[in-house]
Every structure is written in structure tokens, then in C-alpha cells.
Design a protein around this ligand. Structure first.
Ligand code: SF4
Length: 167
């Protein structure tokens, strides 16, 4: 897996403070994408054990309680999905009570079997491509109104898509 950047303190991509992790590489090429530098699969840098350890070691740095946000690029494309699952699995083994937010351009109903694996570890899924014609910067956690904020645990429990109540 390659990644674009890690931001220690982010207040724009979560409900509260998060450490945010941007994967590198995206197959969707949404019109109006605000993050085109993450499209190139060869851009960014390789995610190493040191990067994983950095996240684990610094998520509570300076006594700030952060959750983890995973954005892109596309975290669930074939090039990134296994690395993202490993990251989520490892993170939750240390911090089972912290939330993981994940943004994807795929829609949950169309996840393949590997992509579904990530649902075991994440809490909030924001799904769907960015649609310029539905752009809306006043809605929480999303860039366009077609995207959904999904409560993953409730969705798995009820076997039916449950939108997050705050959003
Ligand atoms: S999924 Fe995200 S990063 Fe990829 S093209 Fe769409 S808006 Fe850009």
C-alpha cells in the first residue's frame, strides 16, 4: 500500500479530532475531485512498519484523544485494500474503543469479498463517489449529497444499511 500523507490533528474529517491517513492511488477520477494528487498509484510513498508504529504510538500524543480517519485516493482499491485492512486490524487490537472512519468511492452494496473484510474493523463508512452536480459543502463529512455516512456496526447487526444518526 502507498500513502499520500498522515495528519496528526484533523478537525475536518471526523466528529472530533482525528489522526487522518490518506492512501495513494484512485481509480474513480471523479469530476471536480479536490484531491487529484492522490490519483497516481506510483505517487506518495510506501506504507511501512514504521508508519504503522507511528500511528499506534502517536494517536494519543499530547494527551489528545483522537480517532482514526482513512481517506484517499481510494483506500479500498485493489492496490490498497489489503494494507488498509491490516492497518485497521492492528489499530483496533491496540485501541478497540477508538473509532475508525473510512471514505471510499465504492458503494457498500457493491463491495467485493475482500472489501467487505474492512467492515469488521471500521465504525463509520462514508461511501460513494464525489458528484460535482450534487456538491454540497454544508453537509457533514461529505462533499456531495449522494454520499452516505453509514453506521457500520449497526448495519452489520441489523443486516440493513443504517445511516449514522448524527449525520
Ligand atoms: S474517490 Fe475521492 S480521491 Fe478519488 S477521484 Fe473521487 S473524490 Fe477524488
Amino acid at each position: 500500500m502507498r500513502f499520500s500523507k498522515i495528519k496528526d490533528n484533523d478537525i475536518a474529517n471526523g466528529l472530533g479530532i482525528t489522526m487522518s491517513f490518506w492512501t495513494q492511488g484512485c481509480p474513480h477520477h471523479c469530476k471536480g475531485c479536490f484531491n487529484k494528487e492522490t490519483w497516481d498509484y506510483n505517487g506518495g510513498k510506501e506504507f511501512t512498519k514504521d508508519d504503522l508504529e507511528y500511528i499506534i504510538a502517536n494517536i494519543n500524543k499530547n494527551n489528545i484523544k483522537r480517532d482514526l480517519s482513512i481517506l484517499g485516493g481510494e483506500p479500498l482499491c485493489i492496490q490498497n485494500v489489503k494494507g488498509v485492512i491490516e492497518l485497521c486490524k492492528e489499530f483496533k487490537s491496540y485501541y478497540p474503543n477508538k473509532k475508525i472512519y473510512l471514505w471510499t468511492g465504492y458503494t457498500l452494496e457493491n463491495f467485493n469479498d475482500i472489501q467487505k473484510e474492512v467492515l469488521k474493523y471500521i465504525d463509520i463508512l462514508i461511501d460513494g463517489k464525489f458528484e460535482e452536480e450534487n456538491k454540497n459543502l454544508s453537509i457533514m463529512l461529505r462533499g456531495s449529497s449522494n454520499q452516505r455516512v453509514i453506521d457500520v456496526k449497526k448495519t452489520l447487526r441489523e443486516e440493513n444499511i443504517a445511516l449514522h444518526e448524527v449525520c
